[in-house]
Design a protein around this ligand. Sequence first.
Ligand code: IMP
Ligand code: MG
Length: 186
Amino acid sequence: MLKPADVTHLMSGRKIARIAFQPEEIERRVQELGREIGAAYPTGELLVLGLLKGSFVFVADLVREVPRPLQVDFLVASSYGAEKVSSGNVRLVYDPETRLEGKHILLVEDIIDSGRTLNRLLEVLAERKPKSVEICALLDKGLADGVLRKKPKFLGFKAPNEFLVGYGLDHAEDFRHLPFVASLAE
Ligand code: IMP
Ligand code: MG
């Protein structure tokens, strides 16, 4: 079990309040999710669409646990900048060449907070005539439950309503490389 005192060398002076999800817990859960996803798509073409940048670690681990053929692509949706709260303006950058038509799309998000990012994306993706669109999120703060157009079909963990970093999640681009998820001290 890692403790905050064990990881100060990774933190450039910032302190973490506590480690919310340990590397081993994340690894186990990602393995289970991979199997769930494999079982949920018995047929058809599956495109795993990761939301950059936050999902890059999760996607890399997850796709290696899905026991079926699939493709991987990424899109960028940014709304936070260096702030800790969502601005609500979701800016979308994606490759319009990516063929979505007729494919099962699995949208992979690091963490669901207000749900604004996903809602905007679901809207845009529906126009591209995929066979299906589902959400896989590593973490969900539970704040978007009434708001989301579609609940995540695959979820790693319910998250506490705290600002979390690590395993892809950043604060002002720091801490993405942490092999655990931690709550940042004020
Ligand atoms: P939403 O649109 O408010 O649901 O925000 C989703 C995006 O905000 C996620 O993809 C994350 O990149 C970022 N985000 C939300 N909460 C956190 C957090 O606690 N730590 C780091 N990033 C977060
Ligand atoms: Mg982010």
